[in-house]
Structure formats: C-alpha cells, structure tokens
Design a protein around this ligand. Structure first.
Ligand SMILES: [Zn+2]
Length: 82
C-alpha cells in the first residue's frame, strides 16, 4: 500500500473481496507493474496474493485463508414423506 496523488486512478484487487462463489477468469487491464495478467475467482488462494495483500482481505476471506471458515454447501434435498 502507498499514498496516492490527487486525481490518480484507483484500481482494486478483487482477490481481497471475492471468495470465489461464482467461478470466473478474465484478463486484467489495470496496468500495474505487478499485475497478474488475469484475475480469477480463486486468486485469494494464491500464496503470493495472500502475502501481497496481507491485512487487507475481507474478514470472511481471511477466515478462509486461516482455515477458520469452510465452504458452505446447500442442504441436501430430502424426499418428503406423505
Ligand atoms: Zn491487473
């Protein structure tokens, strides 16, 4: 992280807020020298992304990284008995 200048365009790393509920992979045009080239729904799982953004992840993603939050699954469908 760094100070920004007035009028400077801001970009954001979606890996810090997106835990991958919807799968995607798209090219990134942020122009940063450290750009990964593509962003995907699983970027938060990458060690280098975790190291770069340490302390800036959404709480629920940080819990996933720390192994304190597990993927939730919809309840199994059960056949109703009459
Ligand atoms: Zn980028």
């Amino acid at each position: 992280m760094r100070d920004i200048n007035i009028g400077e365009e801001l970009t954001h790393d979606y890996a810090t807020i997106d835990g991958g509920a919807i799968k995607y992979e798209i090219p990134c045009n942020c122009g940063a020298p450290t750009c990964r080239g593509t962003i995907s729904s699983g970027d938060w799982k990458k060690k280098e992304v975790q190291d770069k953004n340490k302390g800036y992840f959404a709480t629920y993603i940080q819990k996933k990284i720390d192994g304190k939050l597990f993927e939730s699954r919809p309840p199994a469908l059960t056949k109703k008995s009459a």
